[in-house]
Design a protein around this ligand. Sequence first.
Ligand SMILES: [Mg+2]
Length: 390
Amino acid sequence: MKILEIREQTVPFQTKIRNSVVDFSQMTGSVVAIITDVIRDGKQVIGYGFNSIGRYAPSSTIKDRMIPRLMNAGQEKLLDETGENLDPFKMWTIMMQNEKQGGHGDRAHAVGAIDMAAWDTVAKIEGVPLWKLLADRFNNGKYDEKVSTYAAGGYYYPDKGISGLKDEIKSYIDRGFTTVKIKIGGATLAEDMERLEAVIEIIGSGSRVAVDANGRFDLETAIAYGKALTPYKVMWYEEPGDPLDYQLNAALAELYEGPLATGENLFSVHDHRNLIRYGGMRSDRDFLQFDCPLSYGLVEYLRTIKMLNQHGWSQRRCIPHGGHQMCLNMAAGLQLGGNECYPDVFKPFGGFADDIPVENGYVRLPEIPGVGFEAKNNLYSVMKKVAGQD
Ligand SMILES: [Mg+2]
């Protein structure tokens, strides 16, 4: 096989929301297409990827460093032992040539987007869904037929009051969700508790609601919120402090008995390990939200799972950030603990296959080869254009 071309294009998000820190109206993403000379079912195999949600398109890193390294390496160096498919591990090593250790920022998303396209290619050439390929290669053939998911919403919209928030939560329940997540920290503590109570009124229990501060709080505020949240027994309290402030997290974990969740803004196995070593996270109740394409892709995520297991953590404690199909495949094929879902925001990247509804809090995956982008029309129509397939 041969890679004919790797393309990247910046795509805007169709979203007008904010959390306690970021206004998403200017947000972009990178779509990557790996165009091959392989034909399956009468069609040219093209693998697609993107850099998840919530960070900007790392276009120049992809175009100026990653794609040239891969295309100049010599095609045989990108292939597995059969010579008929890509080897994402070899590709990863080539992409990271001449890159220094540490400082895992946009570069991690650039590698992650290409890594996703590589795995989509591999599964399409094998003719299997990615979740099945992952189960067979890395999980002794075991997979979950359906994945637990939750509706991530509850953002701060201009002019949307408590009644608008209640309507939003009702609409998630109508669409098959049993658990939700809302933002905190973008209003006063009293206002946020009022919002939380309104949501609990609709969904029935605090244990069905997670709250997300997006890393905004100092320790004092994190503790104040922790005390206020305790009686509600929320599903989890997410990113209370800065994602790299492990001491804050550890101090809060000493005081706050309920589940904590964090990790979406940690972009390498080294950062993930530091969270486990120094962040006070508790393997019996807390959740790890590392997002594969934000953190050097699946090749690195497999290293993270190995590291977690060595530290006595089950990968069932991982519920990845991002609400996208790549992490959903991993949740099923590597038997993680679940996956985020954005029912209404971050289109076209957020969301799963069009014709597979969420049922009783769980979602199934399509049986088509690859990640499953072809079963999600709004995203696939964008991806096709990047590959010149219109
Ligand atoms: Mg979050």
